[in-house]
Design a protein around this ligand. Structure first.
Ligand SMILES: [Fe+2]
Length: 333
């Protein structure tokens, strides 16, 4: 009898998975152990045939999903509690075939955060993992790092990204969805609760600046480190002192990606019903006409492509390929 079969029929597999992961985080001696104990459940979740409909139902229950601006990876919320966050990341394929296998963003690390990820849909991305970046020339902001792994992250595969480990997902050929389990690498404290308060969560960048200036960053555990992002340059890797995140693209692009996800995961009927319900609530949708057009395309089975916005495709330090990474690796070897 496996984990799922022991559980009540009234609850969804997703509820059970979240409850189990929570149990791991409450009882494990370390956050690393909690992640490790969660991996079999993440893997089982990826085999759950009802997962996509649960994900869609959960995220299309509010108008916000139809009002969002565009980010290159479409995030679907699953769970947020003081111990961890679970989110499904939908990796939208690039518009040109020759961009498959190129960088989706900078080579980056997540500071003190831990990440377990499982691919639940699609071919998955190729994932490169590097050693913790070391300063080679502080004045030039040059860094060196070693390649730890370059491997596919196919469906059902669980991967773990440790604290400070630099890594990079490459563009997949078609839509790929991963479920990400995020947590801090130190045990839960009241500070986690404070940080989860929505006021703080939504102002984290501003608070991080404020904390830097008044020197309370360590107390607030705001994950402060100067260099999170790196990209290949001649002779090695350049570190970026200030993170330049992707700007948000237009809502219209986000809507194309959302409907692409509904169609590709064969959730057209459920998706259409839920979108229509939101349209009938009287909420304001700046792109109501486009939503209605995409809804008609979804119902008629007309193909809908996802969209990366221009601001995502033209960001200089995120546009590089494997060859350039390999040249930099050889230069710092
Ligand atoms: Fe990452």
């Amino acid at each position: 009898m496996n984990f799922w079969q022991r559980k009540s029929e009234r609850r969804t597999h997703l509820d059970d998975a979240v409850a189990f992961v929570k149990h791991c985080f409450v009882t494990a001696r370390t956050r690393h152990e909690a992640h490790q104990r969660s991996w079999p459940v993440l893997e089982q979740l990826s085999r759950d045939p009802g997962l996509m409909s649960l994900l869609i139902a959960k995220n299309l229950s509010t108008p916000e999903i139809l009002q969002r601006t565009n980010y290159p990876v479409l995030g679907l919320e699953l769970e947020l509690n003081p111990h961890f966050q679970l989110v499904a990341n939908c990796w939208i394929p690039p518009p040109e075939a020759d961009m498959v296998g190129t960088a989706t963003k900078t080579i980056h690390h997540h500071g003190k955060l831990l990440l377990s990820t499982v691919t639940v849909f699609g071919p998955g991305y190729e994932h490169w993992m590097f050693s913790k970046p070391e300063v080679a020339d502080a004045n030039q902001e040059n860094y060196s790092m070693r390649l730890l792994e370059a491997a596919p992250h196919p469906v059902h595969h669980v991967s773990f990204v440790d604290r400070y480990i630099a890594h990079l997902p490459l563009y997949p050929a078609t839509l790929s969805i991963t479920i990400c389990l995020w947590s801090n690498s130190v045990q839960t404290s009241w500070l986690d609760y404070v940080k989860r308060m929505s006021l703080i969560k939504h102002n984290e960048d501003r608070l991080r600046e404020l904390a830097k200036r008044v020197g309370v960053a360590r107390a607030l555990d705001l994950n402060l480190i100067d260099y999170f992002d790196f990209y290949p340059v001649e002779g090695g890797f350049r570190g970026m002192r200030d993170r330049q995140e992707f700007s948000r693209g237009p809502c219209a692009d986000h809507l194309h990606s959302l409907f692409h996800v509904l169609q590709s995961t064969k959730q057209s009927e459920l998706g259409a019903t839920l979108v229509e319900r939101q349209l009938n609530t009287g909420a304001h949708f700046a792109e109501r006409l486009l939503i209605e057009k995409l809804l008609a395309d979804l119902r008629a089975g007309r193909p809908i492509a996802g969209k990366l916005s221009d601001c995502h495709l033209n960001l200089f330090h995120t546009r590089f390929n494997k060859l350039e990474i390999e040249q930099s690796l050889r230069a710092v070897a």
